[in-house]
Design a protein around this ligand. Sequence first.
Ligand code: SAM
Length: 250
Amino acid sequence: GGVLYVVATPIGNLEDISARALRVLREVALIAAEDTRHSLRLLQHFGITTPLAACHEHNERDEGGRFLERLRGGDDVALISDAGTPLISDPGYHLVRQARAAGIRVVPVPGACALIAALSAAGLPSDRFVFEGFLPAKAAGRQGRLQQLKEEPRTLIFYEAPHRLLDCLADLEGAFGAERPALLGRELTKTFETLQGLPLGELRRWVAADSNQQRGECVLVVAGWQAPQDEDALDAQALRVLDLLLAELP
Ligand code: SAM
């Protein structure tokens, strides 16, 4: 049978496509794309003429069968999304799951991913993190989710639509407090790329004061919860040590 390649494409800067991605996209029999018109422009830019077929959220479950038939028949297929890594807040999960269940080899061709790009430059703890994707669009749902996350100790990463960025920052500040360290990664890899690291309260005010920051694509990286240092306990211990030291003095 054929191989299903899961191929990452750029998140803005076309130089971020890998040499391997270009070769695979050129060599497969068919490219399954989230939006064929969008992907046609990418392929034309690189002079790739491989046929495209739609594989989006709404037809993925049914049309997956069509791609599986081609794969079973021996054709290699590449799955791409509009930007970045397929399946990461993008279609592809059902196709990949069906392919694996059918015993078809699935091969990742890694590359750009907005959450990893933001985290890699955020300067916030990156040893453990949680990707939360998009928060609920409505305030009540969003605030409810954030309440569940407010004592999450790992770094948190969110995708957000530009027109909801300010509301989202206000809810983050409400749930996590104004002092929680955070970073806004906006238009990553593109001309107006911005990485602004500030505590949530300051970050919200900074975005509110500049309408340019309320446009384009954005990722929010938020430091995890840190157990508050018990200052009284520290003081008590310090006093005990001081007592011991004083007792030794002449
Ligand atoms: N599959 C993509 C990936 O690997 O990152 C994500 C697709 S998701 C539908 C689109 C969201 O990803 C945007 O709303 C934004 O939150 C984030 N994103 C994508 N490209 C970005 C960029 N260049 N800069 C900042 N965020 C980006």
